[in-house]
Design a protein around this ligand. Structure first.
Ligand code: ZN
Length: 141
């Protein structure tokens, strides 16, 4: 096993995703939003799919509801072998119906995870590089 096999895959920011990663580096969650009509986009787009207006990354609250999730039991991705089993969810953010962000779910036993539970973002340093990634944990009522 090489050193790189011990770490999770690293993000590769491009023009469409750089704003997302710049925000997470500062412990903020930001999503792509149309600057004309206000529609949020995930995945990020250079132009709005509704009005073709320009987009930019804007901060979001980092709260939402768990739309769907899987429990990962097999070491499919390097760097997470010691965390098995773990959950990956689609969190529907409060800003807009259908605005869903995939993320790991932490701070709860996988057997206790249910759809529609309220979630909030927290940030983790991604091992093996300089990136900070958003993960979600059950929201404190
Ligand atoms: Zn628009």
């Amino acid at each position: 096993m090489t050193d790189t096999a011990m770490y999770p895959p690293q993000p590769s920011p491009d023009a469409d995703t750089l704003g997302f990663w710049q925000a997470t580096a500062e412990g903020r969650l930001a999503m792509c939003r149309c600057q004309l009509c206000g529609l949020w986009h995930m995945p990020p787009l250079e132009r709005c799919r509704e009005c073709a207006g320009p987009t930019a990354f804007e901060p979001v609250l980092g709260t939402g509801s768990l739309y769907s999730f899987i429990i990962q039991h097999h070491p499919a991705i390097s760097g997470y072998t010691e965390n098995l089993p773990y959950a990956v969810g689609l969190i529907e953010l409060d800003e807009q119906q259908g605005l869903r962000l995939p993320a790991r779910i932490v701070g709860i036993e996988t057997s206790a995870i249910v759809c529609d539970m309220r979630m909030q973002v927290v940030f983790e340093q991604l091992p093996g590089g300089d990136y900070v990634v958003p993960v979600f944990t059950p929201a404190i009522p």
